[in-house]
Design a protein around this ligand. Structure first.
Ligand code: MSP
Length: 674
């Protein structure tokens, strides 16, 4: 039987819509889950939403909604976004679901029946933001965790005998040094527990939005006991069907942000010990994503939405950036500049360039079939050096990844990308491609085989990080479905001679200067628009965004500042649209699409591929040589798998065929319309 691997994200509070801080944790878990699946492990990946407690109740009140209505809407937003990002969670748990409530009450009963819950009364300070009892004195005293004013709580509560677990917890941390990672967090937890644990209030009786305490419904269960239990209730704990629980519990990894370490590393294991249940294997805390030097959070108003990045650069760009740029475990900054710079340097120029030149040359010089690497005279030390770097990368990447050192693992993979790109530049296969003698052909075959094999290896290694684009490169390499590939078998030399390449097309179109501006604008939309209530979309209707394409993207939003009340735009806004005169060099029908034509259009500075929906109005022959107007700075989009770089301007007639914009006088190619 295959090894199992159970991984969880924290469940996210529904007081705020998702942002890239939440996406960060979920992407890290998705990457780990994908990697385990590729290693052949029976993997279960859980995420979900935390919907009870005073904080949510108040947020709902402020939005004039019932807590359930409010929770339904925001929980749905998380789910829709996760689906749109192609995150491969196996289950999404909501704490307002019946299965969860039943499980939490079952856990409560076991802990109570084991003698670890007693009735008392609590009088002290409470931080609603952190849902945390805090040890500070005086009404309004600031919370030691977040600095917000605390509230005085005086109520009858149930207490959990946390004090009984001090020694057991310390023993756990000593015997299982990897239980809490990284080391800094482990040390913090140890000193917190060593300083003495007081019993913990685990119920509230002054508000209603929570799970009723069994046999005493005047109380609701403390939201953290409720929330932490999700890790077992999702597996069926407390229900008639325990199959998943038996199979997957204990969790192999709870991934969390560093601010919730105490709940996971102290309270959660103590609750489990009290219930006599096995403990998770490991808890890994990552740092915060900062924006403008502060933790990204709704209350600070400095959040960045994942949707903006998905619309403009695609999910893989965000995944790669977060895992490459932020040292896992430490805080890291997000900026659009850094995102675009990484995207261009590592994805467009690095991996993208390697894939497109290697595959294009195999297509051109070997009719799309992987050539034979010569073993004899045509072989040079540089070829073996690449093989050696690749072997080293396979083992280095694996061990860094296993320690969740994503950034270093990716650095290692990209050193292979850089080595092969350099090798290609130095060996100049395009020059050899012009020669017909046997030696040149043999040398060319060796270089292209070596490059393609290195490309295959990087693609397999980084598939868990950038799943969409690597799946496409894999298919272009003629290797079929990357999901079927077993990572454990990866080694140099597996690429078969004669493998027929798939359709070769660019995977990471270069992002231009306006990309940053565009994303910033999308984020700067008036706050009112952001606060707008989410549409009730059904999760399954969400379409995953094609990487690097913007077909699902709305037109760049115009900011309030530049829009006049009657919807007119300023001349500056119009100036952003780059309209140019182009000349059609090539026109052909797009297979399987009645309305589409593939055009190659000379715009003076370059020849662009544009896919246009004009096939019913114009035959390809009538277009070649014709001058047209194109929107030259439109972000690329995909149509039927073809990248369209610009849009032809045409009059759109109601019920009729489009009519291309043209000139009576002769105009030079490349002229700008303004
Ligand atoms: N509901 C609790 C967790 C209960 S788990 C049983 C909670 N929710 S939260 O929505 O406030 O945050 C949950 C997690 O989201 C954080 O622990 C972290 O993993 C992630 N992040 C939220 N904002 C983040 C950043 N700005 N940066 C990095 N991660 C962030 O706490």
């Amino acid at each position: 039987m295959s090894e199992k691997f159970y991984i969880t994200t924290p469940i996210y509070y529904v007081n705020a819509r998702p942002h890239i801080g939440h996406a960060y944790t979920t992407i890290a878990c998705d990457t780990i889950a994908r990697c385990h699946r590729m290693l052949g492990h029976d993997t279960f990946f859980l995420t979900g939403t935390d919907e009870h407690g005073q904080k949510i109740e108040r947020a709902a009140q402020a939005a004039n909604k019932t807590p359930q209505q409010f929770a339904d809407e925001v929980s749905n937003q998380f789910r829709v976004l996760w689906d749109r990002m192609g995150l491969t969670y196996d289950d999404f748990i909501r704490t307002t679901s019946e299965r969860h409530k039943r499980g939490v009450q079952a856990l409560w009963r076991v802990i109570r029946d084991n003698g670890y819950i007693y009735k008392g009364s609590y009088s002290g300070q409470y931080c609603v933001y952190d849902e945390l009892y805090v040890d500070v004195v005086g009404p309004g005293a600031p919370c030691p965790e977040c600095g917000r004013p605390t509230e005085t709580v005086q109520e009858e509560n149930y207490f959990f005998k946390l004090s009984a677990f001090e020694d057991k917890l310390l023993k756990l941390y000593t015997e299982q040094p990897d239980f809490i990672r990284p080391e800094t967090r482990r040390n913090e937890v140890i000193s917190f527990v060593r300083s003495g644990l007081r019993d913990l209030s685990v119920s509230r009786s002054t508000f209603k939005w929570g799970i009723p305490v069994p046999d005493d419904p005047k109380h609701v269960i403390y939201v953290w006991l409720d929330a932490l239990s999700n890790y077992i209730t999702a597996l069926g704990y407390g229900s008639g069907d325990k199959a998943k629980y038996e199979k997957y519990w204990p969790a192999d990894l709870h991934m969390i942000g560093k601010e919730i370490v105490r709940f996971h590393c102290v309270y959660w294991p103590a609750f489990l010990m009290a219930a006599g249940l096995p403990l998770p294997e490991a808890i890994v805390a990552h740092g915060w994503l900062l924006f403008e030097e502060n933790k990204m959070s709704k209350s600070r108003g400095n959040i960045v939405r994942a949707e903006t990045i998905l619309d403009v650069l695609g999910a893989d760009a965000l995944r790669y950036f977060l895992l490459r740029e932020v040292v896992f475990g430490q805080d890291g900054s997000f900026s659009f500049d850094a995102l675009v710079q990484r995207y261009n340097s590592d994805l467009a120029n690095g991996l993208g360039n390697l894939a497109s030149r290697t595959l294009t040359m195999i297509s051109r010089y070997f009719r799309g079939e992987v050539p034979y690497p010569s073993h004899s005279a045509a072989r040079q030390p540089a070829d073996d050096e690449i093989a050696e770097v690749a072997r080293k990368t396979i083992s280095e990447f694996g061990s860094l990844f296993a320690q969740y050192q994503f950034s270093r693992a990716l650095e290692s993979a990209w050193s292979l990308v850089a080595a092969v790109n350099k090798y290609i530049v130095e060996t100049e296969p395009w020059t050899l491609g012009e020669q017909q003698d046997e030696m040149s052909r043999s040398r060319l075959g060796t270089i292209l085989y070596t490059s393609a094999e290195a490309l295959r290896i990087v693609t397999a290694l980084v598939h868990p990080v950038i799943p969409d684009s690597t799946a496409r490169i894999w298919a272009q390499l003629g290797l079929g479905d990357i999901k079927k590939f077993q990572l454990t078998t990866l080694k140099w030399g597996q690429l078969q001679l004669g493998t027929k390449l798939g359709n070769v097309e660019p995977v990471f179109p270069r992002a231009d200067k306006i990309t940053i501006e565009r994303m910033q604008k999308m984020e700067d939309q008036p706050k009112a628009a952001l606060a707008e209530e989410p549409k009730q979309e059904h999760a399954t209707q969400a379409q995953p965004a094609a990487p690097g394409t913007q077909s699902a993207a709305p037109p760049p939003p115009v900011t309030a500042a530049s829009t006049s009340v009657d919807g007119k735009i300023s001349i500056d806004d119009f100036a952003k649209i780059e309209l140019r005169v182009g000349q059609v060099k090539l026109a052909e029908k797009v297979k399987g699409a009645d309305k589409l034509l593939r055009l190659e259009i000379d715009i003076g500075t370059e020849v662009r591929q544009v896919v246009a929906g004009i096939a019913e109005a114009y035959t390809p022959e009538t277009l070649v040589g014709r001058k047209v107007v194109i929107v030259a700075n439109l972000a690329p989009r995909k149509l039927r798998g073809l990248e369209s770089n610009g849009m032809i301007v045409a009059a759109s007639l109601e019920g009729g065929k489009p009519v291309l914009c043209s000139f009576l006088e002769d105009v030079p190619v490349g002229a700008r319309l303004k």
